[in-house]
Design a binder for this molecule. Structure first.
Ligand SMILES: NC(=O)c1ccc[n+]([C@@H]2O[C@H](COP(=O)([O-])OP(=O)(O)OC[C@H]3O[C@@H](n4cnc5c(N)ncnc54)[C@H](O)[C@@H]3O)[C@@H](O)[C@H]2O)c1
Length: 393
């Protein structure tokens, strides 16, 4: 990294949509040591927006991701494309010897997980995963409290991620509504939460079961758009987020009638290799969105919600104190800037990323297990899947 510290580090962006442009905007805003030098995206709208927002009018435009990775001015390849392309974009970058930042999820199929694992074993390149919630003060505080032993040993816990109805409508009218593009909803949206569950337990799930389905975003419920009406800016219910996405803005699909093959509600139960047991619940049509945790330990209990930033815990015993703490709330719990600071450090000084490829792999495989359980209606033993990616549970 010595020579990189002496010159401007070049960033090449593959998939220049909303998320990656937002991440890189924060990364480059506090330094002159990083510059966006190359772009690759089939959407002219995305390229134009990205050039303007990241102030990189002269960045080279590459039609092929391999050409971008081979570009000698690119030091870091940043991947924000549709999930189904992440594997080939990451492999292309590694093949060209570049460092990688990728948005979640790492891969969308078990075959891709096995291929990626084999291809990158032994690489000395840096790899950073966009599991932004890992950087959130809320989850960092929970991990610290667990490590301090304030609730003793973790025994069982509940996690959820339930979405505002307009967010649900966005997903159901975006490219994410099809597994071929994004993988399942659990993988695309909740792999954040599954990663957090793996991290907090310091284990991986070995037996899982799951039920789920498409119960609400069906043509029979399209009248719900009219029932609710419009918001203060005249935007229709379930469509009010559509102006934010390039795909949704152009396609203008009705979230109820658009063809899709993802679920809109799912529950899962998990048993971890270390004996911890958990439930996970997601729903895409709620009036009270939550990203809530409730953890029971041998000596205490902890609960909170990252959307509010409120956290409370209490030791088991007579008249023990209820500790109430307030961390940063909001969608990502204030983590976007912290992730950007960390990524900037990695890019400028070679600092090891907080979340890497192994974490991305474990989150993807755990999601594959839960979805295999949902699809098959059986309890799935994940041990053979972990063996395929050389993870010892
Ligand atoms: N960490 C987070 O909190 C978070 C939040 C949102 C999205 N994401 C992830 O970011 C990624 C992008 O999501 P988004 O919301 O920005 O979607 P988006 O639709 O705004 O952007 C995706 C971009 O990828 C481009 N693209 C598609 N196929 C491509 C290809 N083969 N080569 C190059 N570019 C291609 C599209 O044209 C589009 O511009 C996804 O993987 C998603 O899971 C992460």
């Amino acid at each position: 990294m010595t020579d990189m510290a002496e010159r401007v580090v070049g960033l090449g962006l593959i998939g220049c949509g909303a998320r990656l442009t937002g991440v890189i905007e924060r990364v480059i805003e506090k330094t002159s040591g990083l510059r966006v030098v190359a772009l690759c995206d089939p959407s002219e709208i995305a390229i134009a927006q990205c050039r303007e927002r990241l102030d990189c009018p002269d960045a080279a435009l590459h039609e092929d991701h391999r050409a971008l990775s081979a570009d000698p001015s690119v030091d870091w390849v940043c991947v924000g494309s549709w999930n189904c392309f992440h594997k080939e974009h990451i492999l292309g970058a590694f093949a060209a010897g570049k460092h990688v930042f990728t948005e979640k999820p790492l891969v969308t199929t078990m075959e891709d997980a096995v291929e990626l694992k084999a291809a990158v074993e032994g690489t000395d390149r840096l790899f950073s995963m966009g599991f932004v919630l890992r950087y959130a003060p809320f989850y960092q505080r929970i991990k610290a409290l667990l490590d301090e032993g304030v609730i003793g040993q973790m025994v069982s816990f509940e996690f959820n991620e339930t979405l505002d109805f307009n967010h649900g409508g966005y997903i159901m009218s975006d490219w994410r509504r099809q597994r071929a593009n994004a993988g399942t909803h659990l993988l695309e949206k909740c792999s954040h939460d599954v990663d957090l569950m793996n991290w907090l337990t310091e284990s991986v799930p070995v037996r899982v079961a799951s039920f789920g389905g498409l119960s609400f975003f069906t043509p029979e419920n399209a009248h719900q758009i009219e029932r609710i009406g419009t918001d203060g800016e005249g935007r229709e219910a379930y469509k009010s987020w559509q102006s934010m996405g390039i795909y949704t803005r152009v396609q203008k699909l009705n979230p109820f009638t658009a063809e899709k093959d993802i679920i809109d509600n799912q529950v899962g139960i998990l048993e971890y290799a270390n004996g911890t047991r958990a439930t996970f619940h997601t729903d895409l049509n709620t009036a009270m969105p939550e990203r809530r945790v409730y953890i029971c330990g041998t000596e205490g209990t902890l609960r909170g919600d990252v959307l509010t930033g409120q956290l409370e815990w209490r030791r088991i015993g007579f008249d023990t104190e209820l500790h109430k703490e307030e961390t940063v709330g909001g969608g990502h719990g204030g983590a976007d800037g912290i992730l950007a600071d960390s990524l900037r450090e990695s890019m400028l000084n070679g600092t090891a990323p907080l979340v890497g490829l192994e974490d991305g792999m474990k989150a993807s495989v755990a999601c594959f297990g839960l979805d295999a359980a949902l699809d098959s209606g059986t309890v799935v033993d994940l041990r053979p899947m972990w063996a395929q990616v050389n993870v010892t549970p």
